[in-house]
Write a protein that binds this ligand. Structure first.
Ligand SMILES: [Fe+2]
Ligand SMILES: [Fe+2]
Length: 204
């Protein structure tokens, strides 16, 4: 599971997962960064799934998860993979991108799926999978919320994800995208570089 959902949404999400697998069979729980929608229901899931273990990057485990999780978490170093049996997920550190110094994403290697977390956040209720534009809506949502922690390395961090050449971008707050994923990541990186330059120019 990548992202537990909000603690108060646990009954809904448990019911949703039970349509796919028995929730007690859940083995791994990971998330993008420490925030209520990403990991608020962590301990509820650990309680229903006795074999499940939380997993996150070194920073996240040190600053939050060691204390927060009811069972000892697994530390993932940057680039480390977990074999799920037929699927392999790689943890990639993306500090402060889009926010949180513990931030990271997961890349599922066999299907080429980048689990983007908050990257490409957009408004509205779209279909589950789109082949349309995900960059324009992400720029619009950033304009509105300004949820990202702009930093000089943000563009480079997102651009480095483009080198994975994913086949699908799985958004947390928006549809999954199938198409030119490297192009979308590069365009998003360009936009954050633009924002960072503007912020520096105006001393914001
Ligand atoms: Fe977030
Ligand atoms: Fe989120």
């Amino acid at each position: 599971m990548f992202h537990t959902g909000l603690r108060k949404m646990f009954p809904l999400n448990r019911e949703a997962l039970s349509r796919i697998i028995p929730p007690e069979r859940l083995k791994w729980i990971a998330y993008g960064h420490f925030e209520a929608d990403e990991c608020g229901a962590m301990n509820e899931w650990l309680a229903v799934a006795p074999q499940a273990q939380a997993a996150h990057g070194q920073t996240g485990v040190m600053v939050s998860l060691n204390d927060f999780a009811d069972r000892a978490p697994r530390v993932l170093v940057d680039g480390e993979t977990i074999d799920l049996g037929g699927k392999r997920v790689r943890f990639i550190d993306t500090p402060h991108t889009p926010h949180g110094w513990d931030a990271g994403v997961l890349y599922e290697e066999t299907t080429g799926t980048l689990l983007c977390g908050d990257l490409f956040t957009q408004l509205g209720n779209d279909k589950a999978l789109t082949h349309g534009d995900v960059v324009g809506p992400a720029i619009a949502a950033e304009d509105l919320f300004q949820y990202s922690a702009l930093s000089p390395t943000m563009g480079a961090t997102i651009r480095s994800l483009a080198t994975l050449e994913p086949r699908t971008l799985a958004l947390m707050h928006g549809p999954s995208f199938a198409g030119d994923c490297a192009g979308a990541l590069s365009a998003l990186a360009d936009d954050y570089d633009r924002r960072t330059r503007m912020a520096q120019a105006f001393g914001l």
